[in-house]
Design a protein around this ligand. Sequence first.
Ligand SMILES: Nc1nc2c(ncn2[C@@H]2O[C@H](COP(=O)(O)OP(=O)(O)OP(=O)(O)O)[C@@H](O)[C@H]2O)c(=O)[nH]1
Ligand SMILES: [Mg+2]
Length: 389
Amino acid sequence: MITLALAGKPNCGKSTFFKAATMANAEIANYPFTTINPNFGVACVRTTCPCRGLDLTCNHCVDGVRFVAINLIDVAGLVPDAHKGKGLGNQFLDHLRQADAILHVIDASGGTDSEGNPVGAGNHDPAEDVKFLEYEMTMWVYGILEKHWSRLSRQASVKTFSIHQGIAEVFTGLGITPEDVHEAELLLKIDLVHAQMESLVPFCAQMVRISKPMLVVGNKIDETPEALREKLAAQKVSFVSAASELALRNAATAKVIKYLPGDKEFRVTEGVTLSAPQKAGLAKIAEVMKKNNGTGVQDTINRAVFELLDRIVIYPVEDEHKFCNKQGDVLPDAFLMKKGSTPHDLAFQVHTDIGKGFLYAIDARTKMRIKENHLLKDGDIIKIVSAAK
Ligand SMILES: Nc1nc2c(ncn2[C@@H]2O[C@H](COP(=O)(O)OP(=O)(O)OP(=O)(O)O)[C@@H](O)[C@H]2O)c(=O)[nH]1
Ligand SMILES: [Mg+2]
């Protein structure tokens, strides 16, 4: 399953985002380092279920809105120089290893200083925070490479030794391949065999970019001055109000409102009488949503999965006529596959044996056979025919 991690300075709202997206418990408070041990939960991407267009009844969506699970991790806050052990140190960077991509949460309202202390909206420039996490991670990677560099340089003098392989092995946990290392070397026009360690900071930055794509998430948009919003928009920040999303999800669970994560507006449930504070709270959220086209939480997760990680949703079925599995369950599964995946890749994702015994696939919509190397499209419903039972 895909894993996204929430990271950034303390007190910018990572746990609030986590709680809103997963509805799992997490401590939230207005001071730095509330979270020490990471929180793990399941969030979802939102997509359109194909059942509607095919006139099918399915039990896996809500009125045609389908949610597909991903893992979400909320890690402790990082302060500048965390890679040198400042704040809670760099052990927390280790928790980011397991993430496919990182949601770098910043306080867009400028109400949190660089150490994570609350300073009141507009009193810190959040644009300064945008590059912070990438820098800390780069220096963390640099520190790891440094430990291995004298050995790697020595080995590199032997012709049969591949420096690309050697560096990739140091970063196996980050999923870096020898090809990635080679590509970074070419891109940066450097010669790794003869490089001095001190000159390798840009190379480490490139390793971070390859292994941990990052989306900057500007939280607390409900308190963000317009000038700051414009400044951050120019840096492609994804705006959210995690607190608004959390309030909406709680209100929807209590059946006070009708709201699905990612909806652009909510509706008060018929027959429910709201108290004056509830009315005022919901009115404020409605205003934020109008300006921001929703709370932004679901859109941010979708952007990370579909744009940053290039995923598409594929629905494997066993009966291409009824679009169901052997038990008659319609569109039972939704897989998040990398763009460019083929039916054969899908077969392997269903089960290794199904992949090994792959014979051909059928597009359930057209009932046509498709080739093993055909590129799957978002929303495809596919039956795999395999020699494996
Ligand atoms: N106005 C506003 N406040 C928010 C929002 N999201 C979170 N907050 C507040 O920001 C403060 C910090 O929230 P947390 O979720 O604990 O922040 P964190 O990043 O997890 O903090 P650490 O665990 O200390 O690193 C709390 O007072 C939250 O209520 C938001 O969307 N808008
Ligand atoms: Mg926290």
